[in-house]
Design a protein around this ligand. Sequence first.
Ligand SMILES: [Ca+2]
Ligand SMILES: [Ca+2]
Length: 104
Amino acid sequence: MSEQHQRELGERVEALVVARFGGQYRAAFAHYDANGDGMISKDELKTFLGEAGVGRSWTRWAWAEGIVDKLDANGDGVISWSEFAAAFGGSEKADANGSDAAPG
Ligand SMILES: [Ca+2]
Ligand SMILES: [Ca+2]
């Protein structure tokens, strides 16, 4: 994934998380973990990317492949919360604040 793509991804993901989840990446992660196994699979990631407006329908699979390839630190083919947080919601890992439900 190019630096430009990474930047675009980060910006769009952040915009979605702020708009839909009050900036709480943890809530976004849980929402897009459709089957509740605590991992974001490529299919689940594609839904996330679609709602974030990343790529186009015909490029989204490549995005998902590239993102999993980049974020999947332990190589199990899915994105755990810690892997996700390391890339997007890093500051939330320590759970410093924001435990309240998002308004609206
Ligand atoms: Ca899942
Ligand atoms: Ca993984």
